[in-house]
Design a protein around this ligand. Structure first.
Ligand code: URA
Length: 214
């Protein structure tokens, strides 16, 4: 099987995934779509209502904004692969819960391993936290460059947030303009922001706060 067939087989498995409670309420799972040889992957939070109805990512109001603004910076949907950290709609568009994100993580990792993108654009905070570090917040991390496992991550604000506030819209457009600039040139090591890893639990914390006597 070539890459495209493997991605398509993966999508078929995702469509019948039973791994978390979101499987019980979804209409259609939304595996993601796009170019299997993409250099750039966009990863959002999770499907909304339109995505749940159609089985396609980023086709609702915020998806249309993203698609339209990407075209303005010279990126067509056909060139990229676009997906989400959870493949099924959380009811009422609530945030995905951490166990749902964890249950879905193998699907996303398998997609990333197959596509081998040079860049991943986390769209919004939950995607940034899942893909780069739970210690990062989107407000500070947006438009910066991080590197993990040889992939460059350039987080942007979520278009849904842009639709709610004119100031955020300005910042969202600024993120896309910065993204265009990064994609069109070499990025030096000095421009890469180090990732602060979550602190490993100390022996004392693991023991539940009581000092070990041994
Ligand atoms: N918001 C997301 O994060 N993903 C979608 O697919 C649609 C809206």
């Amino acid at each position: 099987m070539d890459k495209l067939e493997l991605l398509s087989a993966l999508a078929d498995d995702i469509r019948v995934c039973p791994l978390c409670r979101l499987a019980e309420t979804r209409t259609l799972a939304v595996p993601g779509e796009g170019n299997g040889a993409a250099q750039i992957m966009f990863v959002g939070e999770g499907p909304g209502e339109q995505e749940d109805q159609t089985g396609r990512p980023f086709v609702g109001r915020s998806g249309k904004l993203l698609t339209q603004e990407l075209l303005k910076i010279g990126i067509a949907r056909e060139q990229i692969f676009i997906t989400n950290i959870v493949k099924c709609r959380p009811p009422g568009n609530r945030d995905p819960l951490s166990d749902e994100i964890a249950a879905c993580n193998d699907w996303l990792s398998a997609q990333i391993a197959l596509i081998e993108p040079k860049f991943i654009v986390p769209v919004g905070g939950p995607s940034l936290k899942t893909l780069v570090s739970p210690k990062l917040g989107i407000t500070k991390a947006r438009s910066k460059v991080y590197r993990r496992d040889g992939i460059l991550f350039i987080p942007i604000l979520h278009p849904a947030a842009a639709l709610r506030s004119p100031t955020t819209m300005e910042q969202f457009l600024e993120d896309l303009s910065n993204l265009k600039e990064f994609l069109n040139r070499e990025i030096s090591d000095e421009e890469i922001t180090p990732i602060e890893e979550p602190k490993a639990a100390t022996k004392e914390e693991e023991d539940g706060g009581t000092l070990s006597l041994f």
